[in-house]
Design a protein around this ligand. Structure first.
Ligand SMILES: Nc1ncnc2c1ncn2[C@@H]1O[C@H](COP(=O)(O)OP(=O)(O)OP(=O)(O)O)[C@@H](O)[C@H]1O
Ligand SMILES: [Mg+2]
Length: 305
């Protein structure tokens, strides 16, 4: 049964998408069967893994909206709101993009990560908040109901969440076994973490009541680290302090960690994203690939407990 992990932070631009895509790439390279789910209407992880041209070819403006919905996560939510069984249109096999990453070598398109599939999103997902207002029946359990049906096809399912704590984030959390909070270790990025933890806890409690099943904080992932600057050193100390307080007040599970493997601010990560590739495909021998490799080992160890 696949383990589901969400990448969540209310703060934008901390590297949720970059870490999700690169961890997915590394795990797939290590022969894990991986599904990435895009739960963000910005569709960043979809474009990062598909490439912008392919993304716009697939979801071109001339296509009817409801044809586009069917090929994205949005249809899962629309189906939940639909009473009429004949109008439920989501078909997982048609919607996912198998072996999503493509790399052109000497003019020939290759699939360097055959184990990595994507369930994409488009900006239409933004409409969900208005549509779902009057839907009361387990509003946050929709994605989980769907994932329960397909989980066994994957080793790991990673969900890239938007920088907010609205419906798709709560659904992702509810559907997860673990969540990871990527953050930059600076003041502005970390001050929101207590609010984030407290906002997520209600959904974790609801899942426990409804399913008798937990969602644990796997850990806090330090990204965009610059070891030379003191604010980042201070930031790390503050994050450790926060985590201890959360544990004392039982707001997080006791075995939540700050991952030892931190991801530094590196141009090769940006360059790889610019070529729509995980860094392990674009520059397999780089120090960034090493960092993600070590991080993946830690994540695998953490979730195998
Ligand atoms: N370790 C890194 N080294 C260099 N650049 C990075 C790194 N991590 C992220 N970035 C860059 O920082 C920017 C923000 O990253 P990303 O989009 O992954 O953040 P996010 O948290 O997903 O944002 P959002 O909240 O909008 O979803 C991007 O331009 C990305 O390329
Ligand atoms: Mg993002």
């Amino acid at each position: 049964m696949g383990t589901v992990i969400s990448f969540i932070n209310l703060k934008g631009g901390v590297g949720k998408t970059t870490c999700c895509a690169n961890i997915a790439g590394e795990l797939a390279r290590e022969n894990r069967k991986v599904l990435v789910i895009d739960a963000d209407p910005q569709a960043n992880v979809s474009t990062l893994l598909m490439g912008i041209k392919r993304y716009f070819r697939k979801f071109k403006n001339e296509k009817k909206d409801n044809e586009i919905y069917k090929e994205t996560i949005y249809q899962i939510f629309l189906d939940a709101l639909e009473e009429d069984v004949d109008k439920k249109l989501f078909n997982f096999d048609n919607a996912i993009i198998k072996s999503v990453v493509r790399k052109t070598i000497q003019g020939k398109e290759t699939h360097p990560l055959t184990n990595l599939d994507l369930l994409p999103a488009t900006y239409h997902l933004m409409q969900l908040e208005q549509k779902i207002v009057n839907y009361v029946r387990s509003r946050f359990a929709i994605l989980n109901r769907f994932l329960e049906k397909i989980k066994n096809q994957y080793d790991i399912i990673l969900i890239d969440c938007p920088p907010n704590i609205y419906t798709t984030t709560h659904n992702s959390l509810y559907a997860s076994d673990y969540f990871i909070i990527p953050t930059i270790p600076d003041y502005l990025s970390i001050t929101g973490i207590p609010l984030l933890i407290h906002s997520l806890n209600k959904t974790i409690e609801i899942k426990m009541e409804e399913k008798n099943s937990s969602v644990e904080l796997a850990g806090i992932l330090i990204n965009l680290l610059d070891k030379r600057i003191n604010v980042h050193k201070d930031g790390l100390v503050s994050i450790k302090g926060f985590l201890e307080v959360f544990k004392q007040e039982n707001s997080v599970n006791n075995d939540a960690i700050i991952f030892e493997s931190k991801i530094t601010n590196k141009v090769d990560i940006k360059n790889a994203s610019g070529k729509y590739l995980p860094v392990c495909v674009d520059s397999p021998r780089s120090s960034s690939t090493m960092e993600f490799m070590n991080l993946c080992q830690e994540i695998l160890k953490r979730i195998s407990k």
